[in-house]
Design a protein around this ligand. Structure first.
Ligand code: ZN
Length: 341
């Protein structure tokens, strides 16, 4: 979603090739020497997000700014990198994404309104798991009607409810005003994907006045989980940077998974790797899912996968779990797909 950790970031880029794994995959329509990947966090943009430009991922720092000057809407330091990630040309984003997802053997949970998700399904058949929107359009606080969501899940083929971006409204996920949405997800046995953690892009005072870092605290999910003990939760952005709170929640609740979308390419690379390593070292290697927060630069998916592939602190099996097996289990894909790859 536009109000995620998306940023005009600028940093050093080291694009690594995706190394073909030794295990063969069973997925169809894909190159048979590339092991399958599930990206659990993609937005159903049909064009590169307007207003963006070339981007240098894994920005090394944020900068202070003075309210007495004209301040940039993002606080990321602007540094050159080679190569940058570029938005698609007008009218070519979906075509570019289709080519990338086939090349990289990616199946993605694509969140959006039904018409936009359908365009993705048509552009990349067999590679899209449909996810809903939570917000109705771009107006803050306007939500998709509950009965529309019920229809999406019962007859529309949608599989995940997301992206639930309450943090941008300064609202806790356990707030009673949104409980009916989670009650519906629990009733229909649909997993929910909730934005927790990242945001603000170093200029929340300017661009997102309602955003509250404190409302991304993973422990705010506790009341919600207690109220809905069967609810399956995907903590988007893994509650970054609140690692202690995230681990506390994971230790107490086994229906909670995390995705590393957004954070994996937004923050300093050493910090990103340390965060993922903490999650794995603490014993949660079966609940970390790969994601991008893809919405603008077609090259972002390959870049983000390369960070997991190049992580020297992960075993080959842990990489496969993060890139595929954990999401397949969370989403309850067919048994044959969940077979260890
Ligand atoms: Zn988000």
């Amino acid at each position: 979603m536009s109000n995620c950790s998306l940023c005009a970031a600028s940093a050093f880029v080291c694009l690594a090739l995706i190394a073909p794994g030794s295990a063969r995959l069973s997925a169809q329509n894909t190159p048979d020497d590339v092991p399958p990947v599930i990206d659990v966090h993609v937005h159903a943009m049909t064009e590169s997000f307007p207003g963006g430009g070339p981007m240098c991922p894994n920005t090394p720092k944020f900068l202070a700014s003075d309210p007495d000057t004209k301040e940039a809407p993002f606080g990321w330091v602007q540094e050159e990198c080679t190569p940058k990630l570029y938005p698609a040309k007008k009218g070519e984003y979906l075509k570019d994404m289709a080519a990338e997802m086939k090349r990289l053997n990616v199946t993605a949970v694509v969140f959006g309104d039904p018409a936009s998700v359908k365009k993705w399904e048509e552009a990349i058949p067999g590679h899209v798991i449909p996810g809903t929107s939570f917000e109705d359009g771009m107006a803050p606080g306007k939500r998709v009607a509950l009965d529309e969501l019920r229809k999406d899940f019962t007859t529309g083929g949608f599989k995940v409810m997301g992206e639930i971006g309450l943090q941008y409204e300064g609202i806790s996920p356990s707030d009673p005003s949104v409980d009916k949405y989670f009650a519906l997800a629990e009733e229909l046995d649909i997993p929910v994907a909730i934005h927790m953690g990242t945001g603000g892009s170093g200029r929340a005072e300017i661009t997102s006045p309602k955003f509250r870092g404190s409302m991304g605290n993973p422990l705010l999910l506790e009341e919600l989980l207690a109220r809905h003990p069967k609810l399956r939760v995907q903590v988007m952005h893994a509650g970054y940077p609140m690692i202690e709170e995230m681990l506390t929640l994971l230790q107490a609740n086994s229906h909670v998974y995390v995705d590393v979308a957004g954070l994996i390419w937004s923050y300093p690379l050493k910090e990103v790797n340390r965060y993922i390593e903490r999650l794995v070292d603490a014993g949660f290697e079966d609940r970390v899912m790969f994601g991008t927060d893809q919405m603008e630069w077609p090259g972002l998916m390959a870049y983000s996968i390369s960070i997991i592939q190049n992580a020297d602190y992960l075993t080959p099996q842990q990489k496969r779990d993060i890139l595929y097996n954990n999401a397949a289990r969370f989403l309850r894909l067919n048994k044959k797909d969940v077979t260890k790859q």
